[in-house]
Design a protein around this ligand. Sequence first.
Ligand code: PLP
Length: 491
Amino acid sequence: MTDTAGTGALPVEGVPAARVLDEIRGLRAADRPTHGGRLFAYVYDPGVAGLDELAQAAHAESAHVNGLDPTAFPSLLAMENALVGAAARLLGGGPGTSAPDVVGSVTSGGTESLILAVKAARDARPDLTEPRIVVPVSGHAAFAKAAHYLRVALDPVPVDPVTLRPAVADVAAAIRPETVLVVASAPSYAHGVVDPVAEIAAVAAAAGVRCHVDACFGGWTLPWLRRLGAPVPPFDFAVPGVTSISVDLHKYAYAPKGVSVLLHRDAGLRAPQFFAYADWPGYTMVNPVIASTRSGGPIAAAYATLRHLGEDGYLRLAAVTRDAVAGLADAVRAVDGLRLLAEPESTVVCFTADDPELDLFVLVDELTARGWHTQPQLAYAGLPASVHLTVTAAVAPRVAEFGPALAEAAAAARAAGPVVLPPELLALAGSLTPEALTPDLIAGLAAGLGLGAGAAPDRMAAVNTLLQAAPVRLRERLLVEFVGLLQRPTW
Ligand SMILES: Cc1ncc(COP(=O)(O)O)c(C=O)c1O
């Protein structure tokens, strides 16, 4: 029988609903597993029965509601305000605290929250022609993106190779008269360490500069870990000088993707975040966030998730996650040649290899082959290559299996030996400038590494080794080119 439906997104004749869903499920089969505690990046899984179904139902209720106009859809405004209130309360703000006037906005994710924090800081200083932000190199790459999008200069501050934190004196020294924002992470994504927020906020305040705490990753875990007795340093609105905080609900609040909260200590600090426009013949527009039309789906799903789990639920999940982190760290310590890059103090386990015969990128591939998906991080600015594990509650039941799998993968990586790229290729990667990259050269490199159109290779060690050999600007350009090869329309 002729298949008039084809496989494209727009068939000549519409396809029955059940079949469309089957097709999507078929495509999803190639994805990394979002549930089950074997994927240590990208996903945040509490492993709570029924939570997905609740979030999906809530998402569906509000999917067609438009956040463009809060007066037309008061349901969304009510849920947004409730999410902001919950986040503020968890992070040291609200009635009865030293930050009673905290306000905020719900954004689509951590990156949007950070871009808006930078925008608010920049636009609060219209007198400056060349505004700048001070960001430790361990700060999330989204700050660089914000600086790039908003034409704000970035002043990076190095981190200590042992503590993985910036020195407060270096932060203070980086602040200039044009600085509009100083950043601290709680914790950093890469290593999971909390910056000295109180000291950084103090030097920012002394200079009259805003201080943003990026708690996108840890804002919904550190408070519970502290309640459980962990020695979490002050990082929230209780710290004088902290002017804004971001926390992603689609991370450790376990909401489906598309929700973060950006909080400001008061409405005056938030005001320059907004954009309003009445100088056109259409509707008068006011957008607190970057998107104009935005779906109510993620907001309703997050609201349902918070209400269902509640404080007791998050506390329980944090305890489970804390124990899983300890178990995974022990598993790393038990393997010769592997070393924790930082003692875990939040929900990240990050390790490196001290033995040149144990190639971390090969180890990552060996783990992948065994169904464990970890995240390689390239050597950078004196910091060694490392492997990052984002640990969520769903990992807990898997911890006992991870140790043997890690040991086995390490043995296999040793047996395979380190990646050896042709010396001329390595020399080329080390010496090429991004400008010298021609389409032919890129196509040759991609083919040599197995990066065909529309697919990435199963084993990424060679790609990572090549990227690591390249200077940072060339790394970026190669990544753009390689992903550009993947993003091609299907007809
Ligand atoms: C500390 C931190 N900030 C910002 C972000 C960016 O968040 P998103 O990927 O939601 O844009 C992340 C993401 O992992 C993060 O860990």
